[in-house]
Every structure is written in structure tokens, then in C-alpha cells.
Design a protein around this ligand. Structure first.
Ligand code: NAG
Ligand code: NAG
Ligand code: NAG
Ligand code: NAG
Length: 208
């Protein structure tokens, strides 16, 4: 009798541990990637929208200045840096980004001036465009001292129907630790601000 009780309670402790781990491991639609030296990330739930409208906003580069306080401009270019006819991300094409680190205060629109002290430029390769998974990624151009790939992912929270937007950029390489010291906190603010800006844009009655 005692033995049965003991093994029963052991089984329920095990079951409880599994259940707790499941709850603590937060749902994500970001892919598993190798950990780097550091990463910055953001996640936010957006109401009154759907995946298709959110995907449209994230892939419509010419509209970025209207809502994005971090990436003020993204231009899709070919290997010769000539602007492409379609300003949407395509795998294995390049992006010229003009960003604000830290991000501009919200709200922003296409007339909001840059803060010259926060302005940086970056050259990226589009690595993944996966509309069926709601995922997008681009990576800073091959650089011997730093690697940085940024993923963005969309999914629906089945409990409340809201769209979950997530983004994460993992930094590695010899210059990653210094980048973290110099820019880590400001980059994190930029990621949070872009998530907030996207939410404002989509909840504000945006029509694709
Ligand atoms: C991102 O950073 C967090 C906090 O430091 C860490 O727990 C997580 O494993 C990192 N993820 C990746 C993919 O590097
Ligand atoms: C394209 O622009 C990037 C960023 O300014 C630069 O690093 C790269 O060398 C340019 N490529 C060509 C072919 O000019
Ligand atoms: C750019 O991304 C594509 C798609 O993932 C990949 O095949 C290609 O090797 C990448 N180019 C560079 C220079 O990293
Ligand atoms: C998604 O939202 C957009 C913008 O509000 C709307 O035009 C479109 O009809 C919606 N699509 C679906 C499938 O509900």
C-alpha cells in the first residue's frame, strides 16, 4: 500500500514538473538558433489585426518611415546596390538600412527627422522569407568581426486571437562583446520601440 502511494506521488511530482516547465517555456514562433554572445529581442501582442496585415506592414519597405521608429529606411538593392523594382524582401538580395539607435520617440511618421547622433547605416543580406511560417530574417553583411542575424515572426495567440509579433537578433564574433557594452541597451530599446510602433500602426486602422 505504502509503496503504491509512494510511486503514485512520485509520478504526480514528475507530472507537475513537466506541466510547470511547459508553462514557463513561453510559446514562440521564432526559430531555434545558436546562442551568440548576446541578443536583443521584443514581443508584443497586437489587437484588431491579422497575420496578413501584419506581414504586409513588415515587408512593405517604402511604408517603414510612416511607423517604424528604429528602421527609418530599408531599400532593397541588387549586388551592385541598384534599387530593385520590388521593395519587398526577397531571399539572397540586399538591404541598405538607415536606423536609429536608440529609436526615435513614438509616434513617428514619414516627416519625423532623424536624430543625427543616433543614425547608423547597415548593409544586410535577406536570409529567410517564409510567409507560410510568418517568419523573416536578414543578416548584417559578412563581417569578420561580428555576425548579427535578425529574425521577426508573426503568429496568432489562439487564446485571445491577437497577433503575436516577435523579433530577436543574435550577435556573435570577436566584436560582439564590445557592441553589447556600447550599444546593447540602446539596441534593446530600439527593438521594443519598433514592436510598439508596429502595434500603434496596425491598431490605428492601417489598411494594406
Ligand atoms: C538570448 O538572451 C537570453 C538572455 O540572455 C538567453 O536566455 C537566450 O538563450 C538567448 N537566445 C539566443 C537565441 O541567443
Ligand atoms: C553596397 O553598399 C554597401 C553599404 O554601403 C557597401 O558596403 C558595398 O560595398 C556596396 N557594394 C557595391 C558593389 O558597391
Ligand atoms: C544571403 O542569404 C542567402 C539565403 O539564405 C544565402 O544563400 C546566401 O549565401 C547569403 N549570402 C551571403 C553573402 O551571406
Ligand atoms: C486583415 O486585416 C486587414 C486590415 O484590417 C483587412 O483589410 C483584411 O480583410 C483582413 N483579412 C482577413 C482575412 O480578415
Amino acid at each position: 500500500m505504502n509503496l503504491v502511494l509512494q510511486s503514485l506521488s512520485r509520478a504526480s511530482v514528475c507530472w507537475l514538473l513537466i506541466a510547470v516547465t511547459r508553462v514557463l517555456a513561453q510559446y514562440t514562433n521564432l526559430p531555434d538558433v545558436a546562442p551568440g554572445v548576446f541578443n536583443v529581442s521584443a514581443r508584443i501582442e497586437i489587437e484588431h489585426t491579422n497575420i496578413s496585415a501584419a506581414w504586409d506592414a513588415l515587408t512593405d519597405f517604402p511604408a517603414y518611415p510612416k511607423w517604424n521608429p528604429f528602421v527609418r529606411s530599408s531599400i532593397a538593392v541588387d549586388v551592385a546596390n541598384i534599387s530593385l523594382p520590388s521593395q519587398r524582401p526577397v531571399e539572397n538580395t540586399q538591404l541598405l538600412l538607415r536606423v536609429q539607435i536608440p529609436a526615435l520617440p513614438l509616434p513617428v511618421n514619414e516627416y519625423t527627422p532623424d536624430n543625427p547622433l543616433a543614425t547608423q547605416f547597415s548593409y544586410e543580406n535577406v536570409t529567410h522569407v517564409q510567409p507560410e511560417l510568418g517568419r523573416l530574417a536578414w543578416e548584417a553583411y559578412p563581417n569578420p568581426i561580428i555576425t548579427a542575424e535578425r529574425w521577426q515572426a508573426l503568429s496568432v495567440n489562439k487564446q485571445n486571437g491577437r497577433v503575436l509579433y516577435e523579433s530577436r537578433e543574435v550577435f556573435s564574433g570577436p566584436a560582439a562583446a564590445l557592441t553589447q557594452q556600447l550599444l546593447g541597451e540602446k539596441l534593446q530599446k530600439s527593438f521594443d520601440a519598433q514592436a510598439q510602433g508596429l502595434k500603434m500602426w496596425l491598431e490605428g486602422g492601417y489598411q494594406p
